[in-house]
Write a protein that binds this ligand. Structure first.
Ligand SMILES: Cc1cc2nc3c(=O)[nH]c(=O)nc-3n(C[C@H](O)[C@H](O)[C@H](O)COP(=O)(O)OP(=O)(O)OC[C@H]3O[C@@H](n4cnc5c(N)ncnc54)[C@H](O)[C@@H]3O)c2cc1C
Ligand code: FES
Length: 513
């Protein structure tokens, strides 16, 4: 993409650059006409691809080269440098690739390469049904077609909206800084063009594992050869008087978000119940709309359970800098009309209340179908449940994580998408284990927090850099081993930490499953 009136920056790669300007293992950004292009030299080969990630436009030259791939610095998407393919979410669309030559000490970028058309995969399983139109379900359907699956794909969702970029619902879209057309993962035409039968407003009532049929609410049945269960999670409801009033919301779907935005247009004061990721991101978004915001939650520090006390204190101070009022070690006991009563007896008048007290995985279909459950649907490394041909992915799945050595279940966008992709590849007969280090990001005002790995507990926290200066890497260790790494504006360190966790896991034996 050109950079405004100035035109694209960096050297014109069609005119050539001295070969010595691009050392082995390095990347350089320049341009070809109006296209910003990144050159990379890796393993003695040269690559020329789009300079920006197809997810949110992250600058790839600030990322990490790993073999013939590049990892994006912002949310860890991975691209094949040879073909441009987005081989791991959250990016789904490929990079453009150019031909590149080194001759007489000069590197020159030539013409664009054509994207190879998918070759039919020829899987004998011709009917794939996906329950869920969220991160895992969508990414699964997309990769099936991208890899040439030529059978039928039916995607069933009880939502009224086609799959959306859910993380945006508590960030730019809620804040009013992103238009609604950024929110769908693909336009409506895409489903028909890719022969994906997306059935919205369709409640699945059951799965008959013997006859291999999905049972819809109104009695229809859909047969499958392979099934992906990706029903996600739903917000926990608060059992307090007044929680069912019209101005009290939870946030999961595009409709939830639209309703909050409609109320925010006239609201003067909001109470956010719960200092969760969604609660705090919503608080930041509502502050951007100039609404007075109060956050009430029982914990001592926001997000301390995930990030520890140091980052917890920083997050609190950051929100306070932006005018958020915290009522911690407290909570809400009732909402009486516009009056919110706190457990300590205090009251706040609010015309908008957002409940962000966590989510619960939607397990009822899996339970009724007789799948093995242990605080999530149990899957093996290939995302297959205990019932052959039935896979599960995303917020509902508990998988054998080779990094922590435990069976874990997380609620992260990138994990859900990648698990959907891995499940889909296995369903179409391409054996693929899920081995990625769990990754999530969260955005509070202009501060992005990245987190890689998984640490439910730790015995020490090492801080490299300065949290208050928004320049830090925080390592969570157990028995001397790094289990997870959080970071602020240290993208390369975050990528390297993820790679190191994956390499360590590859050297140790995987947990059972
Ligand atoms: C507002 C918000 C912001 C977030 N921000 C971030 C972030 O910044 N970073 C991050 O890592 N994670 C974030 N998350 C979490 C992330 O979105 C989830 O981890 C991810 O969406 C899980 O994907 P999934 O496919 O498992 O479930 P979902 O995306 O929830 O999709 C589940 C789908 O199943 C459908 N469904 C469920 N039951 C049925 C049924 N019986 N019949 C038919 N359809 C059914 C639902 O309608 C939905 O379409 C955020 C979540 C929310 C709500
Ligand atoms: S911008 Fe590259 S992964 Fe998000």
């Amino acid at each position: 993409m050109a950079t405004g009136d100035k035109g694209p920056s960096g050297p014109d790669f069609t005119k050539g650059i001295p070969a010595g300007d691009l050392a082995e293992g390095s990347m350089l950004t320049g341009h070809v006409g109006d296209d910003e292009v990144m050159l990379a030299r890796q393993g003695g080969k040269l690559f020329a691809v789009s300079a920006h990630c197809t997810h949110y436009h992250g600058p790839l030259a600030d990322g990490l080269l790993v073999g013939e791939t590049v990892r994006c610095p912002w949310h860890h998407a991975r691209f094949n440098l040879q073909t441009g393919e987005a081989i791991a979410a959250p990016a789904l669309s490929p990079l453009t690739c150019w031909r590149v030559e080194e001759r007489d000490g000069t590197i020159v970028v030539k013409s664009k390469k054509e994207q190879p058309a998918p070759r039919p995969n020829g899987s004998p399983n011709k009917r794939i049904v996906i329950i869920g139109g969220g991160a895992a379900g969508f990414a699964g359907a997309e990769i099936l077609r991208r890899h040439g699956f030529d059978g039928t794909i039916t995607m069933l969702s009880n939502d009224s909206a086609a799959p959306v970029d859910r993380p945006n619902l508590s960030k730019d879209y809620l804040a009013g800084s992103a238009p609604e057309d950024w929110v769908p993962l693909r336009g409506d035409d895409w489903y028909a063009e890719n022969k994906i039968d997306l059935k919205l407003k369709t409640e699945v009532a059951g799965v008959d594992v013997k006859s291999k049929e999905v049972l819809l609410e109104h009695g229809n049945k859909i047969r499958f050869d392979k099934l992906l269960l990706a029903t996600g999670a739903e917000p926990v409801k608060l059992d307090i008087p007044g929680a069912d009033q019209k101005h009290v919301y939870t946030l999961r779907s595009l409709n939830d978000c639209r309703a909050i935005i409609a109320q925010a247009k006239t609201a003067k004061r909001a109470v956010v119940i719960g200092a969760s990721f969604i609660g705090l991101e919503s608080a930041a978004a509502l502050r951007a709309r100039d609404i007075e915001v109060h956050v009430a939650a029982p914990e001592k520090r926001p997000l301390e359970r995930v990030f520890g006390p140091q980052l917890g204190d920083f997050i609190r101070a950051l929100h306070e800098e932006h005018g958020v009022n915290f009522h911690l070690e407290n909570s809400v006991s009732a909402i009486d009309g516009r009056r919110v009563t706190l457990k300590n007896g205090g009251t706040i008048d609010a015309d908008l209340v957002v409940i962000g007290v966590g989510v619960r995985p939607r397990l009822s279909l899996a339970e009724k179908a007789g799948l093995a459950i242990d605080r999530g649907v149990l899957v093996n490394a290939h995302m297959e449940t205990n019932i052959p041909e039935i896979y599960a992915a995303g917020d509902i799945a508990r998988w054998p994580d080779p990094i922590s050595g435990e069976r874990i279940r997380v609620e992260h966008w990138v994990v859900a998408e990648r698990q959907g992709q891995v499940a889909a590849l296995n369903m179409m007969g391409v054996p693929t284990p899920f081995r990625s280090a769990p990754f999530f990001w969260s955005q509070h005002y202009d501060v992005p927090l990245n987190y890689v790995g998984h640490a439910e507990k730790w015995d020490s926290i090492d801080i490299d850099g300065d949290i208050t200066k928004r320049d830090c890497v925080v390592r969570y260790k157990l028995g001397g081993r790094v289990m997870a790494v959080a970071s602020i504006y240290r993208d390369k360190d975050s990528l390297e930490a993820g790679l190191e966790l994956e390499r360590q896991a590859a050297r140790t034996k995987s947990p059972t499953g």
